[in-house]
Design a protein around this ligand. Structure first.
Ligand SMILES: [NH3+][C@H]1C[C@H](O)[C@@H](O)[C@@H]1CO
Length: 624
């Protein structure tokens, strides 16, 4: 195959082209959000039930979740009640086992905090032992703190737990105990317990460092939040509400997320925005738009309060503290300056409720555009169907398909009319090898982890996104992140457990495209639409780098001859190559089976390159 490259760019590659889509789908609590305890505040649980004690276990004691008579806060009505049996002599108490474990590193300071009170005054004088323990009960770190039975009002304890050794596994736990003899017969209530590791950029209430770093390494330009399904709520009442996710953790009630578990909302709007700032990306923020996943569309005459809530949400991000109460809250939380914001997505996948979207879109966007004329509003129904007014300037397009579909649809946008409308390929991933049952189970072809084949298919599709980046302004794989086993969806770009993050073939492809994105597109000989070899050529003007991305989805190598138009071509190029067994994956058992290999290659005004079977290649060299 011969590829002739033009020296004249057809269009700039938008700086927003590559980014990340995020929602809490076994990815926020217990994942990216730094809190290491699960069910830390007994939010939305039913007191007295075993389920209320999820992630907690008694240590030689009786524990139960109770509805507090004097709750630690209005938002957190429940507490864990420790009853020390009479005659106790050993250490008694309780422990939290995290998200199938707690990853503990050596020589690290963990911040523990909790509230306690004695519901009935007693003469107890003793000490709580707060500790990190491994699976065998070996103490990894511990601190003692004095406690008195006269403490009948809530008192917060904050302390640092410093480790010295690395435990042998992630099966560690956070424990609070009292010496049995001194506490026999005592009843003590605990609330809002928390354990944080050091966080990304040391942000208070911030992100877990290893996952955060893996995400930051992709150099994403945007972060779509807070969903996805998890924006919507199964009911109107359980939708995501920005104002319930900001301020002191004691004031955040949490909500029934859309993926079957309670969201603490400790990862709230301010944490999201600080995270975007720390990584250098801009939020693509969604506002709830009147449809709940259980099927409710609000009638048009009931939209106003929700439109106002969206106005306030946007003002929290970009408003003037002197003019908007919501913006004043942002300032009070330490960020008087507005955050950058260009795009607001109106709802999520409203093709599920297209009929009502016609008026929901109209009423939300008419009001929001009046308030924020500088913003772009992204529609989430099918493109131009139904016809919406005002006519959307951007649409969010989602596709989950097979690796073959992606390889055969890299020209998906080539045929789109250039009428000013821009597209956000907001969710895409090859998730199954079964074209007749894309969303089925693993036994029906669903992928647990991305494979080399799925990543190569996505890469082929992404060469098309680059070629069409005159109308595709942003693209993100979804879902971004998921626990290896406690998850609601596979595959995910990154998988993690309590102590590790696992980078997939697709993660490396997303990173290769994002880190080597260039800023203008150089037209070249078009690949065959239904061929097996796909490429895109971009230039980084500042560095004079030419970057050629190639995906070969065939099980045989493909010879390419590149004919370049440049006067000067620096013969020493760099190759970053990701290749291997088509149906294999990086897995927790074999996390580094795949990784890009960097080597030098010889290029020239005309040069040959053989793309290995099932491979993604990035060739970089200087030319002018
Ligand atoms: N069904 C997908 C579409 C929705 O927007 C996401 O929440 C889901 C997982 O990425």
């Amino acid at each position: 195959t011969t590829v002739s490259v033009s020296a004249t760019a057809s269009h700039p590659v938008p700086s927003t082209l590559f980014g990340q889509m995020f929602e809490d789908i076994s990815s926020g609590d217990g994942g990216l959000y730094g809190e290491l305890l699960l069910n830390r505040a007994f939010q939305l649980v039913t007191p007295g039930t075993a389920a209320a004690l999820a992630n907690w276990k008694a240590l030689n004691s009786n524990i139960a979740v109770v509805a507090e008579t004097t709750p630690v806060s209005a938002a957190l009505p429940n507490a864990l009640q420790l009853s020390v049996p009479a005659g106790s002599v050993s250490n008694v108490g309780f422990a939290n086992t995290g998200n199938s474990g707690i990853g503990i590193q050596a020589d690290t300071n963990y911040k523990a905090s909790f509230y306690y009170r004695f519901p009935t005054a007693s003469k107890f004088k003793g000490k709580f032992v707060v500790s990190l323990q491994d699976a065998a009960g070996t103490v990894l770190a511990s601190q003692k703190v004095s406690a008195s039975g006269s403490q009948t009002s809530w008192k917060q304890v904050k302390l640092s737990l410093s480790t010295s050794t690395q435990p042998g596994s992630i099966n560690n736990m956070f424990a609070i105990t009292v010496e049995g003899n001194s506490a026999a017969g005592e009843t003590i209530n605990f609330a809002m317990l928390s354990l944080f590791p050091p966080t990304f950029k040391n942000r208070e209430n911030g992100m877990r460092q290893d996952i955060a770093q893996a995400l930051a390494d992709m150099k994403p330009s945007f972060f779509r939040l807070p969903g996805g399904n998890n924006l919507e709520g199964q009911t109107v009442a359980t939708r995501w509400q920005w104002n319930s996710t900001i301020g002191p953790l004691l004031d955040r009630p949490g909500r029934a997320g859309d993926w079957g578990y309670t969201n603490t909302d400790g990862l709230g709007l301010m944490e999201y925005l600080n995270w975007c700032e720390d990584v250098g990306m801009e939020a693509i923020m969604a506002v709830w738009a009147g449809y709940a996943l259980g099927g409710t569309s609000l009638p048009e005459d009931q939209l106003q309060p929700y439109i106002q809530q969206a106005v306030d949400q946007i003002n929290f991000v970009i408003g003037d503290p002197a003019k908007s109460a919501a913006a004043a809250q942002r300032a009070a939380l330490g960020h008087p300056k507005p955050f950058p914001l260009t795009y607001v997505e109106v709802g999520n996948e409203d093709f599920f409720a297209a009929a009502s979207y016609v008026y929901r879109w109209k009423d939300f966007v008419t009001a929001l555009q009046a308030e924020f004329p500088q913003l772009h509003f992204i529609a989430t129904s099918d493109t131009f169907s139904p016809i919406l007014s005002p006519s959307p300037t951007e649409y969010d397009v989602h596709v989950y398909q097979t690796p073959t579909w992606f390889a055969q649809n890299s020209f998906f946008y080539d045929g789109f009319e250039r009428n000013g409308t821009k597209y956000f390929e907001g969710e895409y991933a090859a998730i199954s090898t079964n074209p007749n049952n894309i969303f089925g189970s693993t036994s029906q072809g669903r992928l647990t982890f991305p494979t080399m084949q799925s990543a190569a298919g996505e890469a082929a599709f992404m060469t098309g996104l680059e070629r069409n980046s005159d109308i595709v302004f942003a693209a993100s794989y979804a879902p971004l992140l998921g626990h290896v086993t406690n998850n609601q969806w596979t595959p995910n770009l990154l998988a993690f457990d309590a102590g590790n993050v696992y980078k997939s073939t697709s993660y490396y492809v997303q990173k290769l495209f994002s880190v080597n994105r260039g800023d203008e597109y150089l037209p070249s000989t078009l690949p065959q639409v239904t061929g097996n070899i796909f490429w895109s050529v971009v230039r980084s003007k500042a560095s004079s780098d030419i970057i050629i991305k190639i995906s070969n989805v065939a099980s045989t190598p493909e010879d390419l001859t590149f004919i370049l138009p440049f006067q000067h071509v620096n013969g020493k190029g760099t190759l970053q190559l990701l290749t291997g067994n088509a149906t294999a994956s990086n897995t927790p058992g074999n996390p580094n089976l795949f990784a890009p290999v960097t080597s030098s290659i010889v290029v020239g005004k005309t040069f040959n390159y053989t793309a290995p079977a099932v491979s993604v290649s990035v060739l970089t060299f200087k030319a002018s």
